[in-house]
Write a protein that binds this ligand. Structure first.
Ligand code: ADP
Ligand code: MG
Length: 185
């Protein structure tokens, strides 16, 4: 039997002008649904973020604007200014108190005019108050994921300090992974 449990997969329907996302059932689905709705409300009017058209807590379903274009993971051509724009977008998110937990290339959209779009906010943290220590960690993680994505697509766009920082983080990640594997054995 396959390990894949389809009840744990969201149903995402991409229409011409909108996207309908029905959250998978499961223990954490209400949390993920609420997070995505809260994030989209906080980020309303930020360029590159889909507008929230409607949502139903009962059906755990949202209807959002479709960002036209191609996911970065499938794009043939990435415009020169793309990652500079992505940096600004992630900074805008952080200033609005939203920090993503990960930044997969499929959630980053290359729009037909070359501008950047970003979707999928079900896994993110929010700033709750000034000086929130968890927020400090969450924003560091968001920065790390941004630099990691730039490193895999356009490493020359990282500064020397950023490359150095990433290298240190990769080293710690490897050590942590090795220790975890060792403990599991
Ligand atoms: N508003 C949108 N505009 C354009 N593409 C989208 C939009 N929402 C989702 N997508 C595409 O559909 C994919 C899956 O949607 P997502 O919200 O990430 O759900 P999940 O990660 O649970 O499958 C995204 O990675 C993205 O490529
Ligand atoms: Mg996604």
């Amino acid at each position: 039997m396959s390990d894949l449990d389809i009840s744990k997969i969201n149903h995402v329907e991409i229409k011409q002008d909108r996207v309908i996302k029905v959250f998978a059932h499961g223990k954490k689905s209400a949390i993920r649904f609420n997070r995505e709705v809260t994030a989209l409300k906080r980020l309303a009017y930020i360029e590159g973020i889909p507008s929230l058209f409607s949502y139903s807590p009962t059906h755990r379903c949202i209807a959002i604007e479709r960002i036209p274009g191609t996911p970065l993971s499938l794009a043939d051509h990435i415009p020169d200014q793309f990652f500079a724009q992505l940096r600004v977008l992630i900074e805008n998110l952080l200033l609005c108190g939203v920090a993503r937990h990960s930044l997969p290339a499929r959630d980053v959209i290359v729009q037909p005019d070359g501008s950047v779009g970003l979707v999928d906010f079900e896994r993110c943290s929010f700033r709750h108050f000034v000086g929130d220590p968890m927020w400090w960690v969450a924003s560091k993680v968001a920065h790390f994921n941004l630099l990691r994505l730039i490193d895999s697509y356009a490493p020359v766009q990282l500064t020397y300090d950023e490359q150095h920082m990433l290298y240190r983080q990769y080293k710690w990640q490897n050590r942590y992974r090795n220790i975890r594997q060792w403990l599991q054995r």
